[in-house]
Design a protein around this ligand. Structure first.
Ligand SMILES: NCCCC[C@H](N)C(=O)NCC(=O)O
Length: 460
């Protein structure tokens, strides 16, 4: 069983924010690369002479590459650290964008997209690894949430300046600009990012974990200076890794299925909304994330033994919202669709709790690998869900002229992914609590907590 690491003085805050900020900027550029082809869809159809269905192959290839790269990237992260991985990843991503800028055949474009996917796969986990290394543990949950939120702004860079360059100057200059941005961020990361503060830190016990941040400020967890090969088996043998995996699994797919592929067709063809209205719903979702993220982060920090409630609560909210929207056979009023997108945002927010589980149950020497494993969960679930929705739509409406009833059947198929995810989550939570109890930490049952609160209230 892991033991709590020795405490150290925190790193200078300005330096910590500069390091995190440089990594974060590289992640924003990665998200820009990830979403750039989405906004250049029409131009891609022309340039590569492909159908819209083939275009969706790009998204699937990219998600699959991203998911497949997570464990190797995580192992590499524990071996070479965030600085080298962010810098190398940014260069690989830039190479992919440069290739995409000049090629004009489908196989070459797909190969370019594989490079973009690999480069993108390095950014998020590397930046997340910097957070517990540089910040006191009380702040880690909020900063982890902020990492996801700020990263999403890469989508705005794709939608606004990249789109403007694309429309004004064309395909090649637009993608060359993204490649240049990638090279620039790679250089910035190499110069500014440091894997750990240069402090006279005590050597961390190899099996120590970062404590949950309750009460007084707990300084950052030391990142081991001497890196050894990480055992994937040790990471997989930790129930906390699986708790993180299934948290990410059950929480990320609802929003990805909606935002990445099927939300706009559902809102337009299914609910009879205009394309502009559909983009307002997506904007509401993005803005809600900015509010929900820090609130969730604060709750995680204050109630670390109840983090799974956030995850289960968000899942219940999303299942309830989908039930409200899908059971009736007629288009839904605006407020119900707003509730739906808010519920989906709440699950995206809850997905980051998965990384917090990894941080507090897996020792720092293996945290990069564990973060990669957690990240696989959400993307595998997203692939399954996106595929299932498409499969049902194909079955019920092979001609592709979808109506509301087709979407009702298709989105209901997500139930399968929820059942798998929730079963895995509850099983992993049980195993994690058993492991905690072996180490002397017992999570009291809810009724006991309520009784204690009542007594406290009465006595007070
Ligand atoms: N807009 C919500 C972002 C949630 C971040 C998410 N949990 C995640 O895993 N992101 C990975 C990435 O590479 O973006």
């Amino acid at each position: 069983m892991a033991v709590v690491s020795p405490f150290r003085d925190p790193a200078p805050a300005r330096l910590a924010f500069a390091v995190w900020g440089a990594g974060l900027a590289a992640y924003v550029v990665a998200v820009t690369g990830r979403t750039s082809l989405g906004v250049a869809g029409l131009q891609a159809v022309d340039r590569f002479e492909i159908s819209a269905a083939t275009l969706s192959l790009f998204s699937v290839v990219q998600l699959a590459v991203y998911a497949a790269a997570q464990i190797p990237v995580g192992l590499l992260l524990d071996r070479i650290g965030s600085r080298r991985l962010i810098a190398t990843g940014a260069m690989v991503l830039a190479a992919g964008q440069l290739m995409l800028a000049v090629v004009d055949t489908l196989p070459m474009a797909l190969a370019a997209r594989v490079l973009v996917g690999v480069g993108d796969a390095t950014a998020f986990v590397s930046v997340l690894r910097l957070v517990p290394a540089w910040f006191p543990s009380r702040r880690v949950p909020v900063l982890t949430q902020m990492t996801g939120i700020v990263g999403s702004t890469g989508q705005i860079i794709s939608a606004v300046p990249f789109m403007a360059v694309l429309l004004r100057f064309g395909w090649t200059p637009a993608f060359v600009s993204l490649a240049a941005l990638g090279v620039f961020m790679g250089i910035v990361a190499a110069i500014v990012v440091r894997d750990r503060p240069r402090l006279p830190a005590p050597a961390p016990a190899r099996e120590s974990v970062q404590p949950v941040g309750t009460g007084a400020e707990v300084p950052p967890a030391a990142v081991p200076a001497r890196r050894e090969k990480v055992s994937l088996r040790a990471v997989m043998g930790e129930p906390g890794t699986w708790l993180g995996f299934f948290t990410h699994f059950v929480s990320l797919f609802p929003t990805n299925t909606f935002v990445l592929l099927w939300g706009v067709p559902f809102l337009t063809a299914g609910q009879g909304r205009s394309a502009q209205e559909a983009s307002v719903f997506l904007t509401v979702s993005a803005l809600a994330g900015v509010v929900m993220g820090p609130v969730a982060g604060e709750l995680q920090a204050r109630h670390p033994l109840r983090r799974s409630w956030l995850v289960l609560g968000a899942a219940a909210f999303a299942i309830g919202a989908w039930t409200m929207v899908l059971v009736p056979t007629t288009p839904r009023p605006t407020w119900q669709l707003v509730v739906l997108v808010l519920a989906l945002t709440s699950t995206a927010t809850a997905s980051n709790v998965g990384f917090d589980f990894a941080r507090t149950f897996v020792p720092p020497a293996r945290l990069g690998t564990a973060t990669g494993v957690v990240n696989v969960g959400g993307f595998v679930a997203s692939l399954i869900s996106i595929y299932l929705v498409g499969l049902v739509l194909d079955l019920v409406r092979p001609d592709g002229h979808y109506v509301l009833d087709d979407f009702r059947a298709a989105f209901a198929a997500q139930g399968v992914v929820w059942v798998i995810g929730l079963t895995g989550l509850l099983t992993a939570r049980h195993a994690t609590r058993r492991r905690m109890a072996e180490g002397g930490v017992v999570v009291p049952p809810v009724r006991e907590v309520i009784a204690r609160m009542r007594n406290h209230h009465r006595e007070g």
